[in-house]
Design a protein around this ligand. Structure first.
Ligand code: IMP
Ligand code: MG
Length: 176
């Protein structure tokens, strides 16, 4: 069955997401005021979340991205992570806010945090739109969490299944 024909159940409505993103941006602006901030998004999943988040920040920041591959074309982790695009901004001494779409097993974020640590930042903060602890395999520190969603495969607002559904304004559970 083509992905777009699968059943989708609304988990987070667009308004709910927008309101929470505003709150997160407010908190981050308070906490990180005066820091030399780099907001570092993980492509592709975080592209929409990051875009909304930075528009509500009222502290100066620079924006950069890394591109990681961990999932193939399915809902299962491939287990291998590679950085196919590294940060372009020199992170030395900077406060780096890593922005992720969803933390599932935790392996991707844990792997990226050690790579960034090697770049000698001043400090690292983490922000994820969704914390999904169902399949967590490693403890990973999250400073800012938008929503806790206990389980299910989620799509929309940047999240994909087989590169589909990223454009949807809300977040939906895909039924297999
Ligand atoms: P982790 O390494 O298992 O924590 O997975 C992190 C990455 O897997 C995220 O950045 C997502 O791209 C992808 N992922 C995990 N869970 C979901 C989901 O429910 N929907 C879509 N992508 C997911
Ligand atoms: Mg993905």
């Amino acid at each position: 069955m083509p992905p777009h024909e699968k059943e989708r159940v609304t988990v987070l409505a667009p308004d709910t997401i927008q309101e929470r993103v505003r709150q997160l941006a407010q908190q981050i602006s308070q906490d990180l005021a005066g820091e030399k901030l780099v907001v570092l998004g993980i492509l592709k999943g975080a592209f929409i979340f990051l875009s909304d988040l930075v528009r509500h920040l009222d502290v100066p920041c620079q924006v950069d991205f890394v591109r990681l591959s961990s999932y193939g074309s399915s809902a299962e982790s491939s287990g291998t992570i590679t950085m196919t695009q590294a940060p372009e901004i020199d992170l030395t001494g900077r406060t780096v806010l890593v922005v992720e779409d969803i933390v599932d097993t935790g392996l991707t974020l844990q792997w990226l945090l050690s790579r960034i640590q090697e770049m000698n930042p001043g400090s690292i903060k983490t922000c994820t739109l969704i914390d999904k602890p169902e399949r967590r395999r490693v403890e990973v520190s999250m400073d800012y969490v938008g929503f806790h969603v206990p389980e299910g495969f989620l799509v929309g607002y940047g999240l994909d299944f087989d590169e589909c559904f990223r454009h949807l304004p809300g977040i939906y559970e895909l039924k297999f």
